[in-house]
Design a protein around this ligand. Structure first.
Ligand code: TXA
Ligand code: MG
Length: 320
């Protein structure tokens, strides 16, 4: 059975969650970005269980969640650029891909044998849990493969109905979009997945121009696969005049209303829109519409990450 654990008081919840982790089982945890399906990153069977539960078609590498920079250094080679970024943006929605340290005890299912490791320090409850566990937690978003990332505990509960899983309820995720992922390699920074920490913010902190992912056929971050963040309905972008049948994802004060509309932010606030995005897509899906039409979202700041996810949701469904 899926069991929802309240976070107040936190001590009894942590006791149960730490026992699950120590026993090699998976748990669902809140982060500021999305809920994660987490397990001990050093335990191969526990990690295999993540792929099994998610129904992932492939063993994509997973992000290792750490409690601080000291823990990150045990697993990844952090150069001065990496340290600067971690000091500025951790805990927070930034994942760095760096060379893995030799003889690391992180299981190779986590890194997919790439020789690199994805590290992120999430905020608040999860960070505290990792600190108490003393080892990193590998955690992809807690959705089943190809689905929308869960941004509330209720989303996670619905996803794993009928399975045995402990879910820590940390309330709705404040960011609502997966972390920014950058690869740091020999003095260069490459954006692999846009998120709340923007290329501009990263350049400002490091003084280095951020390269963007160039699709030369090699998939560095499978999150870059087309059709990834997909609701059940078809998705159509840049619609300013929705018909009465479609679900409509609106944005801004002048966005129209067709009776099946969810406005991501009446105030034109991109952070609010990001936080609402996945639950709005889910709610429109639940209305049973065939198509979800989307109002244009400004391609600036967080809007770049929102449009990235929406373009994937609208892409042909080749990977599902
Ligand atoms: O916000 C987030 O990042 C959430 C929360 C739970 O922390 N996690 C998340 O994980 O979005 P996931 O597995 O859905 O996406 C992780 C992405 C994948 O595209 C994966 O391929 C990439 O990170 N990744 C992880 N380690 C990597 C590595 N060593 N090299 C290249 N890509 C890597
Ligand atoms: Mg995911």
């Amino acid at each position: 059975m899926v069991q929802l654990l309240p976070s107040n008081p936190i001590a009894p919840a942590f006791e149960k969650l730490l026992a699950e982790l120590a026993g090699g089982r998976q748990i669902a945890i809140p982060t500021e970005t999305v809920y994660g399906l987490a397990a001990d990153a050093t335990n191969g069977l526990a990690i295999a269980g993540i792929f099994e539960r998610k129904g992932r078609p492939k063993f994509n590498p997973l992000i290792c969640h750490v409690s601080d920079i000291a823990m990150a250094k045990k697993y990844g080679e952090l150069d001065t650029i990496a340290i600067k970024l971690c000091e500025e943006f951790w805990p927070g929605p930034l994942t760095i891909i760096v060379p893995e340290v030799k003889n690391s005890d992180v299981h190779e299912l986590v890194t997919a044998g790439l020789g690199t490791i994805g590290l992120r320090c999430p905020d608040s409850l999860s960070r505290k849990l990792i600190g108490e566990f003393g080892k990193p937690l590998a955690a992809p978003s807690a959705n089943k493969s190809g689905g929308i990332s869960p941004t509330t505990a209720a989303h996670v509960v619905a996803e794993y109905e009928g399975e045995d899983l402990l879910v820590l309820d940390g309330g709705p995720c404040v960011v609502g979009l997966e972390s920014t992922i950058v690869a740091i390699d020999s003095g260069t920074i490459t954006m692999l997945r846009p998120g709340a920490i923007t290329a501009e913010m990263i350049s400002k902190t490091t003084g280095i121009e951020v390269l963007s992912y160039d699709a030369d056929g090699k998939i560095l971050a499978p999150g870059m696969m087309k059709s990834h963040y997909a609701p059940n309905a078809q998705v159509e972008l840049n619609v300013t005049n929705p018909n009465a049948d479609c679900g409509y994802l609106g944005f801004g004060a002048n966005s129209p209303e067709n009776g099946k509309t969810i406005n991501l932010s009446v105030e034109n606030n991109l952070a609010e829109a990001a936080a609402n995005l996945y639950s709005a897509l889910k709610s429109l899906d639940e209305m049973g519409v065939n198509t979800i039409c989307v109002h244009p979202i400004p391609q600036e700041g967080l809007g770049i990450a929102i449009n990235d996810r929406l373009m994937r949701a609208a892409a042909p469904r080749i990977n599902n």
